[in-house]
Ligand binder design. Structure first.
Ligand SMILES: [Zn+2]
Length: 539
């Protein structure tokens, strides 16, 4: 067996981490015992280097050995045969909507089944500033994967100003900055924005920079942005200007930046991925610390109001919006805008309702309009009178763009997937299949990327970006977030027609050294922990 590390180093590590005692040394041939030994797998260590065959030993939640166990005289009472399987660091979902806060999503099984052991939450501007409360609840009630939290600009703006479409006063801005500092003090990794959404969209670039500078007072802090305009925005600023805004906020605030679900939207942007790649590469060349993450689907998931109602008509809250629907003059104006917005998004048959409401779930906007004998714009308003609805926009992304961007060394991977409610049969398949689908397309089918490159984009790359000091790699002393995958079976099953299908091929998943999946079965163990920003005092 090929041995990656020098044996004395491995043996030393075991002793260093408390695994050896005076009478278990090599002299009397008694083996050094580890808790679990994952034996003979192809080890992808997260660095992007070619895999190597090795045994991986785990004791008390940490990796304590990587090498040839026989020649190092390392043994275990719990040996996991990984011959023919891939052994990799647990995957990091860099933009997630895993619902760890509710009982129905706490176990994170759709994510674990893809090999994900850490999810990044609080994005699109939504994250609460009560970081300690959220992390404390995860700790107390248990979570199936590790959770990272961002504080959201939209959340803060709504808390301080409601949904008002205006500039903040100096007092309000100071209040918002205080929210950011509180969240960062309590362990948030950074500030997220959803500049596409109400109320984030009402903010100027300068307002965001002012808040981002408050986050930048904290070492290692990150700016995570859902851009203002990914290309399919009615009366928007356009794709390029939107990305440039994200880069400017990152650069002027001094934060490190990540573009959420980085891709170009709309048929007019098909085949323009070079433009998207160049914007980031040019910024990086002049020293801006800017990265991105994406998923491999061509559909988005968002909400009906954001996709079909102009920002001015949503201002002030739902009651004010409905009053505008009922105002004959404004109603005509909203209808024109809705029609224009639907056209940019490919038409009413490309908007699929995935809301839990049974009379909507799984139907396109065109279907519902047909059923009710209403125009699409009337149908939108009929639905929104009962509250906002979850929708997908089919075919908004171009697979060729995704393929082009997947090759960039700064591109991480995300699901952007929300755990569906139990009563929500049709939902976006990305929650269940984003990671194996990306692997399937670009490694197994198109053979465009090496598996070690893909696994790095799933693990070590994200660990570098989030500056996790002891995760994302298979290395001596690192936390044992480990997945063992059967490459012949690692596949997404979820489709748009039948989305609630778990991915296959994750044979074992250890989270903090405990089995969440063993021999292909979920164990029910809630082994995840809340992660605080590594530079936070309480880490
Ligand atoms: Zn999102």
């Amino acid at each position: 067996m090929h041995t990656r590390f020098l044996l004395p180093f491995a043996a030393f590590s075991i002793c260093l981490l408390g695994g050896c005692s005076p009478d278990s040394g090599d002299q009397d041939n008694k083996p050094t015992m580890v808790g679990q030994l994952i034996s003979g797998g192809q080890v992808f260590d997260g660095s992007g280097e070619a895999p190597f065959v090795a045994d991986v030993g785990v004791t008390d939640g940490r990796i304590v050995f990587i090498g040839d166990a026989d020649s190092a005289n390392v043994a275990s009472d719990d040996v996991i045969d990984a011959q023919g399987l891939w052994v990799a660091p647990g995957f990091i979902d860099a933009h997630s909507h895993a619902v760890l806060d509710e009982d129905y999503g706490r176990d994170a099984i759709p994510y674990l089944r893809q090999g994900i052991t850490t999810v990044v939450l609080g994005l699109d501007g939504d994250g609460t500033s009560d970081t300690a409360v959220r992390l404390g609840s995860w700790q107390e009630k248990g979570i199936g994967v590790n959770g990272i939290h961002f504080v959201g600009h939209g959340y803060i703006r709504e808390a301080v100003m409601g949904r008002e479409n205006r500039e903040p006063t100096d007092v309000e801005l100071a209040d918002m900055r205080a929210h950011v500092r509180k969240a960062m003090d309590e362990g948030a990794f950074g500030l997220s924005t959803g500049l596409f959404y109400v109320p984030g969209t009402y903010a100027s670039t300068e307002e965001v920079i002012a808040l981002a500078k408050a986050a930048a007072e904290y070492e290692g802090a990150i700016y995570d942005t859902h851009d203002r305009d990914l290309g399919a925005v009615y009366q928007g600023i356009g794709y390029e200007a939107s990305v440039e805004e994200g880069i400017r906020i990152t650069e002027e605030s001094g934060l490190r930046g990540i573009f959420s679900h980085y891709n170009l939207q709309g048929a007019h942007n098909y085949g323009r991925a070079d433009v998207g790649a160049a914007l980031i590469n040019d910024a990086r060349e002049r020293g801006v610390d800017i990265w991105a993450a994406h998923h491999p689907y061509t559909a988005t998931q968002s909400n009906l109001r954001s996709y079909t109602i102009p920002d001015w008509a949503s201002a002030g809250g739902d009651e004010e919006m409905v009053a505008r629907f009922d105002d004959p003059e404004m109603s005509d104006e909203i209808t024109d805008a809705t029609n224009a917005m639907l056209e940019i998004r490919g038409g009413a048959d490309k908007i699929m309702l995935v809301d839990p409401r049974p009379d909507l779930n799984g139907k396109t906007l065109a279907d519902v309009a047909g059923e009710r004998e209403l125009s699409p714009a009337e149908t939108v308003r009929w639905i929104l009178r009962d509250g906002n609805a979850v929708v997908m926009n089919l075919e908004l992304y171009d697979h060729n763009n995704t393929r082009r961007l997947a090759q960039e060394p700064w591109m991480m991977t995300c699901t952007d997937g929300r755990t569906p409610r139990p009563d929500q049969p049709i939902t976006h398949p990305r929650t269940f299949g984003a990671f194996p689908k990306k692997m399937r397309h670009f490694v197994f089918e198109e053979e465009l990327l090496a598996p070690e490159f893909m696994i790095r984009s799933f693990s070590g790359l994200a660990a570098d970006f989030y500056r996790l000091p002891d995760r994302g790699y298979l290395r001596d002393g690192y936390v044992a977030d480990i997945v063992v995958i059967d490459p012949d079976r690692y596949r997404d099953k979820a489709t748009f027609e039948n989305p609630r299908q778990l991915s296959e091929g994750v044979v074992h998943a250890l989270v903090n050294g405990r089995f969440a999946i063993r021999n292909g079965e979920t164990t029910g163990t809630l082994a995840g922990v809340p992660l605080r920003r590594p530079q936070a005092e309480s880490y």
